[in-house]
Design a protein around this ligand. Structure first.
Ligand SMILES: Nc1ncnc2c1ncn2[C@@H]1O[C@H](COP(=O)(O)OP(=O)(O)OP(=O)(O)O)[C@@H](O)[C@H]1O
Length: 512
C-alpha cells in the first residue's frame, strides 16, 4: 500500500470520528509521507523500533498546532488500524513556494523528507534552506488579503456618518482594550496552547473559523488577555470591536429598558464585527439579559460576525443558563485554559520582569514560580511586590530578600518547592496504589500510568534531574523517565479525563 492509499483509507475512517469540520477540511488537504525506517529514533528503551513513522503535511501553522494538540493520537490510532502496525506521526505545516519555485514540476509531497545530520528528518522549511530549488507545492498559495472596500470604511467618513456608523467609529476609538494584552505578550505553554491557537485563528479570520469561540478557565489564567488580543488584531484591520463584561452588558440592558432606548442598544450591538464578552457566567439566571443576549447572538451569527465568550467554566457547568444559549455556546469551539506548568510560569515571569526592565536572577524567578502555582495575576503581583520591597529596603536582590518579600505578603507559606517523594506519594494516593508498587518494577497499566504521571509532575514542579527521578522509581534510566514525561505531555493534550486527573492532583499538591 502506498502512502496515498493509506491516507485515503484513513480519511474514510476519520469520517465517523468527532473531528470538527474545519479540521476535516485540513485533513482532506493534508499529505502523508513515510519516514524511512533507518531514520526513526526511539528514546524508549522498552519500546523497540517496531512501527512506522510518517510526516503529515497540513495546509498551515494553525492546522499543524490544532491537529498536533487535539488529534494526533486519534490519527495515529486510525493509521495503525489501516496498516496493522504502531504508527508515530509528525504533523508539519507545508511551505508555500516562492514564485519562481512554482515552475518546478515535481510535487513537493512526492519527495522523501531529508534527514538532518543527526538523522532527524528535516522540517520542510529547513529542507528549503538546505537545498535549492524547492519543488512545486501541492497547496495553492493563499490569495493576498484584499484591501477593505470603500463600503467597509464608509462609517469612518464624516459625510456618511449615520447613527450606526457613528457607533462603530466610537467603538474603534473607545474600545477599552488593554494595550498590554496582545498576542505578542502572551506566553504559550501546554496549558493554553489550544486556546491561544483558536484565538489567533479567530483574530486572523473573524467569523470564519470558529464561531462562537468559547474560552474557559480558572481565575487569572489569561482569558481576558486573549479576548483583548483578538480585539487588538480586529481593530488593526479596521473592524468594529466591542469588548464588554457581562456585568456591563446587563447594566446597559437595564438602562435601555428604564429609558426606553432598546432600539439604540440593539443597533449598537448589532453593528459590531467582533463581539468579545467576558465572564458570561454572570448573565445566567438574569432573564431579560439572557433574552437580549440570545437575540444579539443570533443577529451577529447570521451576519457571520465573530463572537468570543469567556467564562470560568464550560457552558455545561453554567447552571441556570437557558438551554438555547448553552447550545449556541457549544456550536463553535470550546477551548480551556489550565493552570500553567512550572516552565511556563518561569517564562511568564521572565517576560514580565524584562518588560519592567527589572533584572531578576534565574533562581529567584524559579523561587517565585514555585510558590505561586495557579494564578498568573498573583504571579505578576509577587514580582511587583518584590520590586517594591527591594526599593523600599534599598537592598540587593538576593534569595533572602526574595524570601522576605514573598513571605511578608503572607500569600503562601509553603516550602518553595515540593519534593519528589511528596509528589509521588500524592499521585499514589490519588490512584489508590502503594508508593512501593509505583516505584517498583510492576508493569501493569494501573501502575504504569500513575508512575508516568508522577515522573511528569516531578519534572514539571521540581528541579530534580531525570537521573534522580529514575533512581526514585526503581533505578530506571533517564531515557525511560524522559519518554514517560513526553508521553504524558502529549496525552494530556488529547485526553480530557487525564488532563482533569492531573489538574486534581496538582490541586491536591497545593493543599499539601
Ligand atoms: N500566558 C500568559 N502570558 C503572559 N501573561 C499572561 C498569560 N496568562 C495570563 N497573563 C497575565 O495574567 C494576568 C491575568 O490574566 P487575565 O486577566 O487575562 O486572566 P483571566 O483568566 O481573565 O482572569 P479572571 O477570571 O479573573 O477574569 C494579566 O496581567 C495577563 O496579562
Amino acid at each position: 500500500m502506498n502512502t496515498a492509499t493509506i491516507w485515503r483509507s484513513a480519511l474514510a475512517q476519520l469520517d465517523i470520528t468527532p473531528i470538527d469540520d474545519l479540521t476535516k477540511t485540513w485533513l482532506q488537504d493534508a499529505h502523508l509521507t513515510a519516514i524511512p525506517q533507518d531514520e526513526i529514533e526511539s528514546d524508549d528503551p522498552d519500546d523497540p523500533k517496531q512501527g512506522l513513522a510518517f510526516i503529515l503535511q497540513v495546509p498551515n501553522d494553525l492546522a499543524s498546532d490544532v491537529i498536533t494538540t487535539r488529534w494526533q493520537y486519534l490519527l495515529e490510532d486510525v493509521l495503525k488500524e489501516v496498516i496493522g502496525l504502531p504508527v508515530a506521526l509528525m504533523v508539519q505545516p507545508a511551505e508555500y513556494p516562492e514564485e519562481d519555485e512554482l515552475q518546478h514540476t515535481q510535487p513537493y509531497a512526492e519527495r522523501e523528507p531529508q534527514a538532518s545530520p543527526n538523522g532527524i528528518p528535516l522540517h520542510p522549511r529547513q529542507q528549503a534552506q538546505s537545498q535549492a530549488p524547492l519543488a512545486h507545492q501541492y497547496y495553492e498559495p493563499e490569495p493576498e488579503p484584499e484591501a477593505p472596500s470603500q463600503t467597509e470604511f464608509a462609517y469612518a467618513s464624516p459625510n456618511t456618518l449615520d447613527w450606526e456608523s457613528e457607533q462603530r467609529a466610537n467603538m474603534l476609538a473607545h474600545n477599552k482594550l488593554n494595550p498590554r494584552y496582545t498576542f505578542d505578550a502572551f506566553i504559550v505553554g501546554n496549558s493554553n496552547r489550544l486556546a491561544h491557537a483558536a484565538s489567533l485563528a479567530v483574530a486572523e479570520a473573524p467569523g470564519e473559523s470558529y464561531n462562537p469561540l468559547f474560552l474557559y478557565g480558572g481565575v487569572g489564567l489569561g482569558k481576558t488577555h486573549l479576548l483583548h488580543a483578538i480585539g487588538h488584531q480586529g481593530v488593526q484591520t479596521g473592524l468594529a470591536v466591542l469588548y464588554v463584561s457581562s456585568e456591563q452588558f446587563t447594566n446597559e440592558i437595564v438602562n435601555a429598558i428604564r429609558y426606553r432606548t432598546q432600539e439604540e442598544f440593539r443597533a449598537k450591538y448589532r453593528s459590531v464585527d467582533i463581539l468579545l464578552v467576558d465572564d458570561i457566567q454572570f448573565i445566567a439566571g438574569k432573564e431579560s439579559t439572557e433574552e437580549e443576549f440570545f437575540h444579539t447572538f443570533n443577529s451577529l451569527y447570521e451576519m457571520s460576525k465573530q463572537i468570543v465568550i469567556c467564562s470560568d467554566r464550560p457552558p455545561k457547568a453554567i447552571l441556570s443558563l437557558e438551554e438555547r444559549l448553552r447550545s449556541r455556546f457549544e456550536w463553535g469551539l470550546i477551548a480551556d485554559i489550565q493552570p500553567p506548568d512550572l516552565e511556563t510560569r518561569m517564562a511568564i515571569l521572565r517576560v514580565k520582569a524584562d518588560l519592567l526592565h527589572y533584572q531578576v536572577p534565574d533562581e529567584i524567578i524559579a523561587y517565585i514560580a514555585g510558590r505561586v502555582q495557579t494564578n498568573i495575576r498573583e504571579l505578576e503581583g509577587c514580582l511587583n511586590r518584590l520590586m517594591a520591597f527591594q526599593k523600599l529596603h534599598r537592598s540587593e536582590l538576593t534569595m533572602d530578600v526574595a524570601r522576605a518579600a514573598i513571605s511578608s505578603l503572607g500569600t503562601d507559606t509553603r516550602e518553595p518547592t515540593l519534593n519528589s517523594r511528596q509528589i509521588a506519594q500524592v499521585v499514589a494516593d490519588y490512584y489508590h496504589i502503594s508508593l512501593e508498587a509505583m516505584c517498583g518494577k510492576q508493569r501493569d497499566k494501573y501502575i504504569v500510568t500513575p508512575r508516568q504521571i508522577a515522573m511528569y509532575l516531578i519534572r514539571q514542579e521540581t528541579s530534580t534531574s531525570l537521573l534522580e527521578i529514575g533512581q526514585l522509581f526503581g533505578g530506571r534510566d533517564h531515557s525511560t523517565v524522559l519518554h514517560s514525561c513526553e508521553k504524558i505531555d502529549r496525552t494530556i493534550n488529547v485526553n480530557q479525563s487525564l488532563r482533569r486527573e492531573i489538574t486534581a492532583i496538582r490541586e491536591q499538591l497545593m493543599r499539601e
